[in-house]
Ligand binder design. Structure first.
Ligand code: TPP
Length: 293
């Protein structure tokens, strides 16, 4: 059987929508992740696939405010992918949001393109607010953005940042968290992709960061646990963040999303060996067959 790559231009909207619609969007994001990775012949599969449902809800459920035809619109909310190695899911999401032509997903990790292995702000790709990939730094930058928006500019803009759970082993993550609480950043939402896997093992075996929920609470966050593959739960978590901001609680929000690495592709699911590998052609064919809705 031959591998057919097809980046399908879709017209997904960004508004509160049904679980079925979000599932379709997440499925499309997963297909695009697989397609871009098999072409790139390198890159990370596990984290991107595992977080696709969170991205579908965030960018297409009406939580991130952006304008696809005016990507640098002053009033936009911002998202910082602190776990920069998960770039394929961000690129696939932004392309499906209409920020750039989906065909550009073919250029993942090619020399000189805008879709480098980790997000690079200087590449000028719409939706990439900062460079990231050195774990622990993205969330610190995001907290700085939230401080500027709230304390200096007095806007209602929101800042979201996603870290991995292995990333929590970086001390600077907790300095950022401490600052978010100290500066009462209720416009800041920290999403933790809690797949219990990292580059070469399960989290407790490499460096135990649990209990994550209690740590976030202790750092002053309104902490919500959700099933990161259940749209009702993901949406409810984002709704709570929006309510916290609206009610001016003065507390940042943390969403601990329980996910499975490699979600949606049976032979990758919950297997840390897929942290940093792309599928080969045969594996991509199987994956794309599984991702037919
Ligand atoms: C400061 C720093 N140290 C090490 C790395 C190499 N590295 C990239 S991803 C990763 C594991 C991260 O685990 P996790 O946050 O759980 O992401 P997941 O495996 O779920 O994708 C490591 C150690 C890095 N990018 N930055």
């Amino acid at each position: 059987m031959e591998l057919t790559i097809e980046f399908r231009e879709k017209a997904f909207e960004n508004k509160p929508q049904s679980t079925e619609n979000l599932q379709e969007i997440a499925n499309e994001i997963r297909r695009d992740i697989i397609q871009s990775l098999v072409l790139a012949k390198s890159g990370h599969s596990g984290g991107p696939l595992g977080s696709a449902d969170i991205f579908a809800s965030l960018y297409f459920g009406g939580y991130m405010r952006y304008k696809k035809n005016e990507p640098w619109w002053e009033g936009r909310d911002r998202f910082v992918l602190s776990a920069g190695h998960m770039a394929p899911v961000l690129y696939a999401t932004l392309a499906n949001a209409g920020m750039f032509p989906k065909e550009e997903l073919r250029t993942l990790r090619q020399f000189g393109t805008r879709l480098q292995g980790h997000p690079g702000r200087d590449m000028g790709l719409p939706g990439i607010e900062t460079s990231s990939g050195s774990l622990g730094q993205g969330i610190s930058i995001a907290v700085g953005m939230a401080m500027a928006d709230k304390l200096l500019d007095n806007t209602d803009k929101r800042v979201y940042s996603l870290t991995g759970d292995g990333e929590l082993q970086e001390g600077s993550v907790w300095e950022a968290a401490m600052s978010a609480y100290h500066f009462k950043l209720d416009n800041f939402c920290w999403i933790i992709d809690n797949n219990d896997c990292q580059i070469d093992g399960r989290i407790p075996e490499v460096m135990d960061v649990y209990p994550i929920v209690e740590k976030c609470q202790a750092f002053g966050f309104d902490t919500i646990v959700c099933d990161g593959h259940n749209f009702d739960e993901i949406n409810a978590a984002f709704d709570k963040f929006l309510a916290n901001q609206k009610n001016k609680t003065g507390k940042p929000t943390a969403i601990v999303a329980k996910t499975y690495m490699g979600r949606g592709v049976s032979f990758m699911e919950d297997n840390f060996k897929w942290h940093g590998n792309p599928p080969n052609v045969e594996q991509a064919i199987t994956a794309l067959q599984e991702l037919v809705l």
